[in-house]
Design a protein around this ligand. Structure first.
Ligand SMILES: NC(=O)c1ccc[n+]([C@@H]2O[C@H](COP(=O)([O-])OP(=O)(O)OC[C@H]3O[C@@H](n4cnc5c(N)ncnc54)[C@H](O)[C@@H]3O)[C@@H](O)[C@H]2O)c1
Ligand SMILES: O=C(O)C(=O)C[C@]1(C(=O)O)C=C[C@@H](O)C=C1
Length: 360
C-alpha cells in the first residue's frame, strides 16, 4: 500500500466509474465507503463487493472520490469538502474547467481539491457495468489548479497508479481542449454516423463488417451523460466540429465534381492525412506503436476460447489486445488477437500448427 494513499476512501456515485474504483481499491485492501443518491445503485455496488454502504461506517475518509454526473460534480465536491475538513477530494468527471470554476464561485476550500479524469470507460453505465480492471494501462489525467495542498498530487497519483493507470498532468483548460478532440468530437461523429442507419430503407446495417462496428461502438453511450459533457465543453468542441464540417464539405464537393482537376487528389490527401493522424494514437503501452492482428476463426463450441488462449500462451508470444466478433448467421466467431508486428508471422504459424483457421 502506498504511503501517499491511505484509507478509508469514500466513493460518491456508485455507477460505472465509482463501482470500478471501489472494486479495485477493495481488492487492494482499502476500506471503501460507498454512497449514491440511488439506494439501489449503492446496494448493487456493495453486493458486487466494491465497498460498504456509508450507513455501516462512521470512520472519517482520508480521500473522497466523486464519481457523479458532470452537472452535479461541483455541488457534490463542495459538500464533501465541508463534511470532511481533513480529507482530500478528487473527482473523475469528463470535463474539468466547469467544475473548477463552479467551486471557485462557491468559495470552496480548493487546497483540498485536486481534479482527475481517467481516460477509461464504457458505453454502458451503472454499477453492473463496472470492472476492477477498467483503468489498467489507461491514462488518468490529473488537473492541478496551483492552489492544492502539499501531497495532494501524490495521493491522486497513487490512486490512479494503484488502479493500473498511467498519470498525465494537464491544467483544466488544456485537458478540456484535449478531450474535445480525442473524446468529445469522436462521440458526436460516432453518434451522427450511427443515426444515419435509422431510416435506411435497405437496412444496410445488416451487412455491417468490422469497419462500421469500429466507428460506432460508442454511439450506444448514455445520451443524458453526454449532453452534460458536451454542454460543459461546448466552446472547445464546437470549433472542431466546424473544422470537420469544412473537411466534409470539401470531400463531398470533390465527389460531386469528380471530373474537375484536383478532385481525386483532394480525396486522397484527406485519406492520407487520416492515416497520418491514426499513427499518433498510442498503443497499449503508451508508445506510438501499432500492433499487428491475427484473426482466428473460432467455432461456436464450449471450450474453444480456452483452448485458443492456451495455444497462444504456449506460443510464448505476448498478447497485447483481443477483440471478439460473431459473423452474422454463422456458427463461428472471429477473435482478433493483437501482437507486436514482428510476432505476427510466428503466432500465425504456431496457431495454424495447432489446427486453427486464420482469416487472411
Ligand atoms: N462513462 C464513462 O465512460 C466515463 C469515463 C470517465 C469519466 N466519466 C465520468 O465519471 C462520472 C460518472 O460517470 P459514470 O459513467 O460512472 O455514470 P453512471 O451513470 O454509471 O454513475 C453515476 C452515479 O452517480 C449517482 N448520482 C447522481 N447524482 C448524484 C448525487 N448528487 N449524489 C450521489 N450520487 C449521485 C447516480 O445514481 C449513478 O449511480 C461522470 O462525471 C463522467 O463524466 C465517465
Ligand atoms: O471507451 C469508451 O467507451 C469511452 O467512452 C471512454 C471515454 C473516451 O472517450 O475514451 C469516454 C468518456 C470519458 O470521459 C473517458 C473515456
Amino acid at each position: 500500500m502506498s504511503h501517499a494513499l491511505t484509507g478509508p476512501v469514500r466513493v460518491i456515485g456508485t455507477g460505472l466509474l465509482g463501482t470500478s474504483i471501489g472494486l479495485g481499491l477493495t481488492r487492494a485492501g482499502f476500506e471503501v465507503q460507498l454512497s449514491d443518491a440511488s439506494p439501489n445503485n449503492e446496494r448493487l455496488a456493495h453486493e458486487l463487493r466494491a465497498g460498504i454502504p456509508i450507513a455501516q461506517t462512521s470512520a472519517a475518509p482520508s480521500l473522497v472520490v466523486v464519481c457523479v454526473p458532470p452537472d452535479v460534480t461541483a455541488a457534490v465536491i463542495a459538500e464533501q469538502l465541508e463534511l470532511w475538513p481533513e480529507a482530500l477530494v478528487t473527482d473523475v468527471a469528463s470535463v474539468k474547467l466547469q467544475p473548477l470554476e463552479q467551486l471557485r464561485e462557491r468559495g470552496s476550500d480548493l487546497s483540498r481539491y485536486l481534479g482527475g479524469h481517467p481516460m477509461a470507460g464504457r458505453e454502458t453505465g451503472g454499477p453492473l457495468s463496472a470492472r476492477a480492471d477498467l483503468f489498467i494501462g489507461r491514462p488518468w489525467v490529473i488537473t492541478p489548479h496551483g492552489g492544492e495542498r502539499e501531497g495532494a498530487m501524490e495521493t491522486v497519483r497513487a490512486l490512479a497508479e494503484l488502479l493500473g493507470s498511467n498519470t498525465v498532468t494537464l491544467d483544466a483548460r488544456a485537458h478540456d481542449e484535449s478531450v474535445a478532440l480525442i473524446s468529445h468530437t469522436p462521440q458526436i461523429v460516432s453518434s451522427l454516423l450511427a443515426a444515419r442507419l435509422v431510416d435506411d430503407e435497405h437496412n444496410a446495417a445488416a451487412l455491417a463488417g468490422q469497419g462500421l462496428r469500429d466507428v460506432t461502438r460508442i454511439a450506444a453511450s448514455d445520451d443524458n451523460l453526454w449532453v452534460q459533457i458536451l454542454a460543459a465543453n461546448g466552446p472547445r468542441v464546437a470549433p472542431i466540429l466546424r473544422a470537420l464540417e469544412q473537411d466534409i464539405s470539401e470531400v463531398a464537393a470533390a465527389l460531386e465534381q469528380l471530373e474537375a482537376d484536383g478532385s481525386r487528389l483532394l480525396v486522397a490527401e484527406r485519406m492520407r492525412r487520416g492515416a497520418e493522424g491514426v499513427q499518433r494514437i498510442p498503443g497499449k503501452h503508451g508508445g506510438r506503436r501499432q500492433f499487428a492482428t491475427v484473426t482466428v476463426l473460432v467455432e461456436d463450441r464450449p471450450g474453444q476460447l480456452a483452448k485458443l488462449f492456451a495455444d497462444i500462451e504456449h506460443s510464448n508470444i505476448n498478447l497485447e489486445d483481443l477483440r471478439m466478433d460473431h459473423s452474422q448467421g454463422a456458427e463461428v466467431g472471429l477473435v482478433e488477437v493483437s501482437v507486436l508486428p514482428e510476432a505476427r508471422a510466428t503466432l500465425t504459424e504456431a496457431l495454424e500448427a495447432q489446427g486453427w483457421r486464420i482469416a487472411q
